[in-house]
Design a protein around this ligand. Sequence first.
Ligand code: F6R
Length: 238
Amino acid sequence: MEMIKVKNYEQLSERATNIILETVNNNEEPVLGLATGATPEKLYENLIEKNKNGEVTFKNVTTFNLDEYVGLSGEDENSYRYFMNKNLFDHIDIQKDKTFIPNGLAENLELECEAYEKLIKSHGKINVQILGLGLNGHIGFNEPGTPFDKRTHIVELDDVTRSANARFFERLEDVPTQALTMGIGTIMEAEKIILLVQGEKKSAILHEVVHGPVTENVPASILQNHPNVTIITDIDIK
Ligand code: F6R
């Protein structure tokens, strides 16, 4: 794993922006894996700016997001589709029908997961996958204990994750209890993975991810086994 230590959130976002720009500019049909959450917000802001000033075009880009809540429509302000449209897709020249996010309203969620896997496969591979890190070590919504070989699947969200995400909802009870997520098996097939980790509160878990044993109790620890992972962080880690 390559570690890039930065001073602050601006630098973290800038480093991530440059990697995305390079990927998009060096591939004819780039495929990006994207995440929601607070960490990549500034990265997306930068991409909008770079697109507006002509440094990059997203015309040929396809995106696959990691996850979506079950039961929320794309118009719901708390859905990840809404987040992605608002924070990125609505402001760049990407073709919206090339932006994929699991459908949390699908009638048959199992079939939706299978279809999502097939869709990713039909695009070859994800060139760069952006990941954030959960306080419990989750990546996507792969909570501790999730088998490493899982593909896109339905998850029950644990209390740590629901409380961490409750800040976006009016009440904790409003946070969905299920989500659809790419599995770790899916994530590990990306050509390159960028893990963005910001803020001291993630220091202990990042340490476990990097130096601890590879264990399903710390989902992101599997990244130690991926051949091309870059961690960009403002945390001091030896
Ligand atoms: C979001 C996702 C999550 C977040 C993680 C960190 O699509 O898959 O794994 O990346 O919960 O969230 P933030 O960035 O809000 O700390």
